[in-house]
Design a protein around this ligand. Structure first.
Ligand code: AMP
Length: 148
């Protein structure tokens, strides 16, 4: 094992989440402010599974600017509380993957916020694409809880 730190690869502005933010690909947006954007995961591991991302280009935890990370974390907390209220959840799981070794698949930083119900296991990652009508209804529920 080398002691030399590896360089994080460059941010690619053509990643799918950058396209979602630019409106080039549709998504179920639940929250937006000047620094942060949040939308439903299309293959939710539980109802209400949301991805919170910075508007600034950042590949993952290794290259994001501290202020952007702080803004994303604050919104992740808001979404976590709203998810519990909107989905009658008992808890919430937050996950963030950085680089392929971790399981990261989309290279724009995102925090997964997943409402959890006692005794209900997570579905496997990226397994089943949810019905669009279900996602639309879940987005409305979450947006209502976020503005309550
Ligand atoms: P990660 O392994 O953390 O990079 O996870 C990427 C996540 O993005 C997975 O949970 C996917 O289900 C989700 N995903 C991929 N494409 C889309 C999309 N077009 N809209 C919403 N979520 C997506």
């Amino acid at each position: 094992m080398s002691d030399t730190p590896r360089e994080t690869p460059a941010y690619d502005p053509q990643n799918i989440f950058a396209k979602i933010m630019r409106g080039e690909i549709p998504a179920f947006k639940v929250y937006e402010d000047d620094r942060v954007f949040a939308f439903l995961d299309i293959m939710p591991r539980a109802p209400g599974h949301t991805l919170v991302i910075p508007k600034a280009p950042a590949r993952n935890i290794l290259d994001i600017a501290p202020d952007d990370l702080a803004a994303v974390a604050l919104v992740a907390q808001k979404v976590a509380k709203a998810g519990i209220a909107a989905f009658g959840a008992d808890g919430v799981t937050l996950m963030q993957f950085s680089e392929p070794a971790s399981g990261q698949e989309v290279y724009h930083l995102h925090i997964h916020v997943i409402p959890r119900v006692d005794g209900v296991p997570l579905k496997p990652a990226a397994s089943v694409k949810e019905d669009m009508a279900v996602l639309a209804e879940h987005a409305e529920r979450l947006k209502a809880a976020l503005t309550a």
